[in-house]
Design a protein around this ligand. Structure first.
Ligand code: UT7
Length: 365
């Protein structure tokens, strides 16, 4: 932990109104907030403190594709549920969108960037090969403290990033982390390939996680369980055909859609089940599923396998298309802005993408 973070830990982060009333010997005020007088916190929980998102101005309709490709609005809507998506403007890159989403989350939480210990960005479409998008966001936010890095797990990137942030908070390495999913997939699409060009979009979403004391039961707020998986033998069904060490180009996305679909329905339901069970819960106790927004048919099939009605599932795929690692934080932020989540509700987030890599996180809002 940085010296600044360390001193904030003892002084209380600036702009943080959740100061503890009760201090327990050997713990900091933050660690005892909300606990009965004299109680010692059993665990530290990574609790959502705020959300934010950004979508590029340009909205691309299905008809725009139909005007130049052998496709139709009817095919795209019926096969994927996508009605429109946003594409970044020329010169607009992943770090710009990520920074805007981060600022929105900080504003919503009433926090300043100086109160963050770390930034994690999930992305497969960084501005440059290096440095990371996360360090660019750090600079844009004017942060002089903390650490920053990117996570690359394609569409499962935000789940992996949440898992990283959770582990860092549980270990005491950081107390407040900005977790961002941001993508400019329009830059890696083969715009002449109707099978993939119509499916993806650009955008960014951000979630601030912060350490709060918990009792160790699943009644705690914050992340309750994590399930991560990968199967590198499935590389060829979803990949980008270029890279730094091979072609020296960014390459284009290639996908065997039907194969990915088949894996998605089966693996998403399984990982969600595993994470729910690991949290000591059953599906009936889940208030909301916020799935990766790739295809409405996958979202419906997964909800059905979990035995959950669609009115407990957040969907933004119609408006955003598949924004890869950005899709879950975008959906979380949009739903949060609509006031759909109540404190104490159980939320499951789940995603699968290239790798294959997939996973789920259960949290209490
Ligand atoms: O986020 C990462 C994870 N990615 C995903 O989860 C994507 C998973 N896959 C999917 O969402 C679906 O498989 C797609 C939406 C990509 C495709 O839907 P599908 O029902 O699996 O269609 P398909 O690939 O089997 O294609 C059916 C037909 C084919 O024609 P034939 O062979 O039946 O003559 C395709 O060539 O639809 C054709 N097709 C199109 N037709 C009109 C493919 N793309 C298009 C298109 N417009 N854009």
């Amino acid at each position: 932990m940085t010296q600044q973070a360390e001193s904030r830990l003892h002084a209380g982060a600036p702009g943080d109104e959740s100061k503890a009333a009760t201090a327990v010997a050997g713990t900091t005020p933050d660690q005892t907030a909300g606990l009965p007088k004299g109680a010692t916190p059993a665990v530290t929980r990574a609790v959502v403190r705020g959300t934010g998102h950004y979508l590029p101005e340009r909205v691309v309709s299905n008809d725009e594709f139909a005007a130049r490709l052998d496709t139709s609005n009817e095919w795209i809507v019926s096969r994927s549920g996508i009605e429109r998506r946003h594409f970044a403007a020329e010169g607009e890159a992943t770090s710009h969108m990520a920074t805007k989403a981060a600022r929105a989350a900080l504003d919503k939480a009433g926090l300043g960037a100086e109160s963050l210990d770390a930034i994690i960005v999930a992305t497969s479409t960084p501005d440059l090969t290096f440095p990371s998008v996360a360090t660019m966001v750090q600079a844009e936010l004017g942060m002089k403290q903390g650490f920053a890095f990117d996570v690359q797990a394609v569409c499962a990137g935000f789940i992996y990033a949440l898992a990283q942030a959770h582990a860092l908070i549980m270990a005491g390495t950081a107390r407040r982390i900005m977790v961002i999913g941001a993508e400019t997939f329009s830059r890696i699409l083969d715009h002449d390939d109707r099978a993939t060009a119509v499916l993806f979009g650009d955008g960014a979403g951000a979630v601030i996680l912060e350490a709060q004391p918990g009792t160790g039961t699943n009644a705690d707020r914050g992340i309750l369980s994590v399930d991560l998986n990968a199967d590198g033998s499935q590389k060829d069904i979803l990949y980008v055909d270029g890279g730094v060490a091979t072609t020296g180009t960014a390459g284009c996305l290639r996908m065997q859609g039907k194969e990915v679909f088949r894996h998605a329905v089966e693996k998403l339901a399984r990982t969600a089940h595993t994470a729910i069970a690991r949290a000591g819960l059953v599906a009936a106790q889940v208030d909301w599923v916020v799935p990766h927004q790739a295809n409405l048919r996958i979202i419906r099939a997964t909800a059905q396998k979990l035995g959950l009605p669609m009115d407990r599932v957040i969907t933004t795929v119609a408006d955003h298309g598949n924004t890869s690692a950005a899709s879950i934080p975008l959906a979380l932020s949009v739903a949060d802005a609509q006031g759909r989540f109540e404190p104490g509700q159980v939320i499951v987030v789940e995603a699968i993408g290239g790798g294959l890599a997939w996973g789920a996180v259960v949290l209490r809002w």
